[in-house]
Write a new protein. Sequence first.
Lengths: 306, 318
Amino acid sequence: MTEPTTTERATEPMTEDAADEPMRAPGASRSGSVGRSLLKHVLLIAASLAMIYPLVWMLVSSLRPTEVIFRTPGLWLNELYVDNYIYGWTALARPFDWYIVNSGIVVLGAIAGNLIACSLAAYAFARLRFRLKTLWFAIMLMTIMLPYHVVVVPQYILFNNLDMVNTFLPLVLPKFLATDAFFVFLMVQFIRGIPTELDEAARIDGAGHVRIFGQVLIPLMIPALATTAIFTFIWTWSDFFTSLIYLTSPDMYTVPIALRSFLDATSGSNWGAMFAMSIVSLVPMFLAFLFGQKYLVKGIATTGGK
Amino acid sequence: MSAISELSKLKTRRARTPEERAAARKEAGRDNKAGYLFLLPWLVGLFAFTLGPMLASLYLSLTDYNLIQTPEFIGLDNYARMLEDARLHKSLQVTFTYVVVGVPAQLALALAIALLLDKGMRGLAFYRSVFYLPSMLGGSVAIALLWRQIFGTGGLVNQVLQLLGIDATTGYVSDPDYALWTLILLHVWTFGSPMVIFLAGLRQIPGMYYEAAALDGANKRKQFVRITLPLLSPIIFFNLVLQLIGAFQSFTQAFIVSNGTGGPSDSTLFYTLYLYDRGWANFQMGYASAMAWLLLVIIGIFTAVNFFAAKYWVFYDD
């Protein structure tokens, strides 16, 4: 774990594809015969199919009547049965877009909170010298590994006393206080890779910390901010536990809780509608994955490296 | 560099002479105000939502508290009750099985696939996306619902088995012998995110090591055991620690698959499910706090054992 490797990785961690090329001995790849390479691809394709089949099957099944779902393991569609979507959209107390809006509010709030609070803390840890910094930094690293359940009971009691249960505040407010330390760490790693000469140049021009942070570093941190935003989106959109304990009134349900209530509303028997709304809930995550994949990969590779 | 190696590095940094420390303190004075201003939101969050609640839950674990009446101090009664709570013991057994089987299985698969992929091969980006996607979606309610169907009586698995001429009618999610294993399988299915970390680690291994080994006549297996494994060991360790901590806290999948009951016969009663049941279905906040602290201690012990064992198998090349 030499310094050059760290810096190297942090400065260009978000440039895709170049990193897809592994460093290897020239000719090492040619040591395997064509047959072996073919065998490998067969293996990988089989594994890919096994991994992805359930997802594709759910998508196809969402366009089938429930009784057909239960006797058709294949992917062939004779007709597009969109009734599942129509019925599913209106099966709960509110139309499904209501829950999508709820989830949207929480997700946007969480993203804004994480971007602002985590980048502020990261600037302090990466660039400023202050008393007890090592101690705070160590505490910050440890909170990444702290199980949420250890703090959730008193947090719940706190929000309950503040009359904030059944509002979105318990889901959003902590993000504005950088409780997702993982992202603080991710940004610290990233800022460390930005040459300090840029800060120095700005300082000589008379810039203070606020300007160095806002005008020099933030524009350079876009890839790290994108990684944070996409991870926050996917994790908050699919978060179930926090919504489950804080949002008990049906009007406040987010998408995961609404989906869950299908199990009770239709006594878990209308699989067509359940699949249809499940697909609806997965589409935003899938799009975030599709367009944000390079940031996700780089993000966890940067923090996950040795 | 991961959070974990940063932490171990901090420990070594602490050894300084008094003069150095004095100099450092003088130096540190420079940005004190700005430092704490930028850190302020995080500091408030730390005390309001992390350290404060931790202390509060430690105190609550010594009380009987139902959210309405004031907490009544009962000493260690909650902990004593835990010793005799059969459902708690069952939930520990379920969770340990899930962690001890699921985590190594998932990591082994992640490593195996990463090794197959790390060759600058054709289709690499495609394979990586396909394997990574499930780990992004796997924690969602939608996937848990899908699992409930797939492993139900008339679900996809049995349909396929019937196509193969097997008379399969077991409802795996409703059979205590199988239900937990469907969740372990779901965990293994999400191997994509450790796989991506392994891929990044494999790319850090200089190609010249393999070149030199090949010149010395080392075969692939020997290269794997002598070069890949030791140089990858810090990353295996990182994945192991994080996945263990994560697996202990699994909740959503078991909750959905059993519709909140942890059934059948408590066979999927994850520790967190039982904690939720005590705290939010029965309003035993004191007992739930005691359970939360036990969870912290258990995860702490597992992590400490890991860090201790790491001395013997994790190799740092600097």
